[in-house]
Design a protein around this ligand. Structure first.
Ligand code: SF4
Ligand code: SF4
Length: 406
């Protein structure tokens, strides 16, 4: 922890100093909303750190302690804060959007995770995840050569199992849709859509490795470097100049950590590609006669900037009525399943997912549609407890249902 405290400075310190402790950010935090535990509110997470910084680096902070106006921050306080940060923050960034002082709370908490990791203060489960990714190239610990195993289970897969030597587009499937049974249906739906539109694409199979997002979220960005290099070389070998993702976290990781090294390569979320294919009249969609509430995934919308493409896709399906919630686009809700929290505090994620599913069920739509394998998995579980008759689908799944040839 000493090493960690020595690292708090510069941009992070200026952000911490700007906090007026108004508490507005608390209402935005999904973990606070679900638990009502004041220690989980962003203000608490920041306040403890701010006191630690002030007491160590500012005259006022030192004075407060020597005059007994403030208790000194102890090692145990910091370890408690470390636990809060990793077990009750999905890095959803909702708090930043509401802060009247414009404090980038989400990125600040993210940066501080980096500092904690540098100081070796990372939860044990995330250390195990790092070892798993290093050994198996995926977060689940499945054999790396089973990465495209989901294709074998499709009803009528092509002879080449979608693994082509050269293609115009690479579909980067990601760990969750490669291995989690619920999310594998998203990968299946997306390849059906690409086939229906006649897209010249490939998946990377055993040459695809974890994008590195879970390591970066754990503050261990440097450990993602080898993975980044492997994925980039697999894409170059395919000859593709477009990479498409069904996972918003993979897309974000590629945009922020890969893109500079891949000049001329277009990185798209599945919703952006499907919207383009619809506009180009390459997909024929049939009437579904259903109502839908759309959930904006944090890494796709608030952080990733994609708000319109999924709505364009949903509106293009005949017979689909879009029923929106007030908490959408930049202020969209959080499923709780991001930022590695599920590996540290699965119960906390379940609580958030149920609270979020409850809000998303309010417009009374037939189905909840999102655009992220993790949101789909987590919210489907949450919805079972709240409104079991409401279906939860990824957007690729509703589009696949609407395909005239499906
Ligand atoms: S909303 Fe901003 S200024 Fe207010 S407590 Fe939260 S971080 Fe501090
Ligand atoms: S990033 Fe999200 S989960 Fe983390 S403190 Fe802010 S609102 Fe809460």
């Amino acid at each position: 922890m000493e090493a960690f405290l020595n690292e708090v400075g510069g941009w992070a310190a200026s952000q911490l100093e700007a906090c007026t402790r108004c508490g507005i950010c608390a209402a935005a935090c999904p973990f606070y909303a679900a638990s009502k535990d004041p220690q989980v509110a962003p203000i608490w997470k920041l306040d403890l750190l701010r006191r630690a910084y002030e007491q160590r680096s500012t005259l006022l902070g030192k004075l407060k302690v020597s005059l007994h106006l403030e208790k000194p921050v102890r090692q145990a306080d910091l370890e408690h804060w470390r636990d809060l940060n990793f077990s009750a923050c999905s890095t959803c960034n909702r708090c930043s959007v509401t802060c009247p002082m414009g404090i980038a709370i989400g990125p600040l908490l993210h940066e501080l995770r980096d500092r904690l990791a540098e100081a070796g203060a990372v939860p044990e489960s995330l250390m195990r995840m790092r070892a798993t990714v290093e050994k198996d190239n995926n977060v689940f610990g499945f054999p790396a050569d089973e990465r495209a195993g989901w294709v074998d289970y499709m009803d009528d897969p092509p002879d080449d199992l979608y693994q082509r030597q050269h293609a115009e587009v690479v579909y980067f499937v990601g760990c969750v849709s490669s291995f989690a049974p619920r999310a594998q249906r998203i990968a299946e739906s997306f390849v059906h859509i690409l086939d229906a539109a006649g897209v010249n694409f490939t998946i990377l199979g055993g040459s695809e490795v974890c994008c590195g997002f879970p390591l970066r979220a754990a503050g261990m960005k440097a450990d993602a470097e080898a993975l980044i290099r492997k994925n980039i070389s697999a894409v170059w070998a395919s000859g593709a100049r477009t990479v498409v993702f069904t996972c918003p976290a993979c897309r974000l990781m590629w945009l922020e950590e890969y893109h500079e090294r891949m000049p001329g390569v277009l990185l798209l979320h599945s919703t952006e590609m499907i919207a383009d294919l619809i506009e180009a009249e390459r997909l024929k969609l049939k009437d579904l006669q259903t109502s839908v509430t759309y959930h904006d995934p944090c890494d796709l919308a608030r952080t990733g900037g994609v708000f319109e493409a999924p709505r364009t896709v949903l509106r293009a399906i005949p017979g689909v009525e879009l029923r929106e919630v007030a908490e959408r686009r930049k202020s969209g809700l959080c499923c709780g399943g991001g930022g590695d929290v599920e590996m540290v505090n699965p119960l906390g994620v379940k609580q958030v997912a149920q609270a979020t599913a409850n809000k998303l069920s309010q417009p009374g739509a037939d189905m909840l549609v999102t655009a992220c394998p993790q949101c789909t998995r987590v919210l489907e579980e949450g919805m079972k407890k709240v409104k079991p008759e409401m279906k939860v689908l990824d957007i690729t799944e509703i589009v696949a249902r609407a395909l005239e040839v499906s």
